[in-house]
Design a protein around this ligand. Structure first.
Ligand SMILES: Cc1cn([C@H]2C[C@H](O)[C@@H](COP(=O)(O)OP(=O)(O)OP(=O)(O)O)O2)c(=O)[nH]c1=O
Length: 184
């Protein structure tokens, strides 16, 4: 079965390559809908589903993988910041505290679907305003949920859970899900 990654994220592509799969990248540009009435884990899965479904409609005989990452902090959702000022306020909020990074993953193949959400707790050390601005001015903070990349900052003191999940796609879950669908 051919695998399609329905994502424009270079990080997700790298992660899937690292696991060793052969796949094609066909990003979804669908308008995503986040349903605030659902429990967070389900709402994020639904966004991952929408991305996968958009591509699956054109490639129903291939295995299509969609994913979506958000940061949840004190019952608020942090996606990609809209500008540098918002990126600053996100990182100021996270300083010295922990947040949860969630990635919803959906596999679609023919009539079948398998979805899952990974959660990793991420602890930030205390950050000065100066180093937050320095990070924002030297990195692509606006392209990342929560305004930071765990892979390109030294803000994190420790994590509890999957590291690749924080970067955008939990390797362990992908491998597990691939096992589950091996008889599809
Ligand atoms: C928290 C965190 C997020 N991110 C990235 C992962 C995702 O690419 C991005 C969250 O945005 P998403 O909307 O999940 O994904 P995307 O728009 O980049 O790609 P697509 O919708 O086509 O799949 O933030 C990091 O790279 N490092 C981190 O530490």
């Amino acid at each position: 079965m051919k695998i399609i990654l329905a994502s424009q994220s270079p990080r997700r592509k790298e992660i899937l390559e690292e696991i060793g799969y052969q796949f094609e990248v066909i990003p979804s540009y669908t308008q995503e809908y986040f349903d605030p009435a659902l429990p967070l884990e389900k709402a994020i899965q639904l966004v991952a589903y929408q991305k996968a479904a958009d591509v699956h409609a054109k490639y129903p005989d291939d295995l299509v993988i969609g994913a979506d990452t958000i940061v949840s902090f004190q019952n608020k959702i942090y996606g990609k910041p809209k500008d540098e000022q918002e990126a600053f306020s996100f990182l100021r909020d996270f300083s010295g505290k922990y947040q949860e990074v969630m990635t919803g993953i959906c596999f679609l193949y023919k009539e079948r679907q398998l979805c899952h959400t990974d959660i990793t707790k991420v602890w930030f050390r205390d950050l000065s305003d100066e180093e937050i601005w320095d990070y924002i001015h030297t990195h692509n903070a606006l392209d990342k949920a929560g305004a930071y990349g765990i892979q390109d900052s030294d803000f994190i003191s420790h994590i509890d859970g999957s590291l690749s999940n924080v970067v955008g796609l939990g390797k362990e879950s992908i491998v597990e899900m691939m096992k589950k669908i091996s008889d599809w």
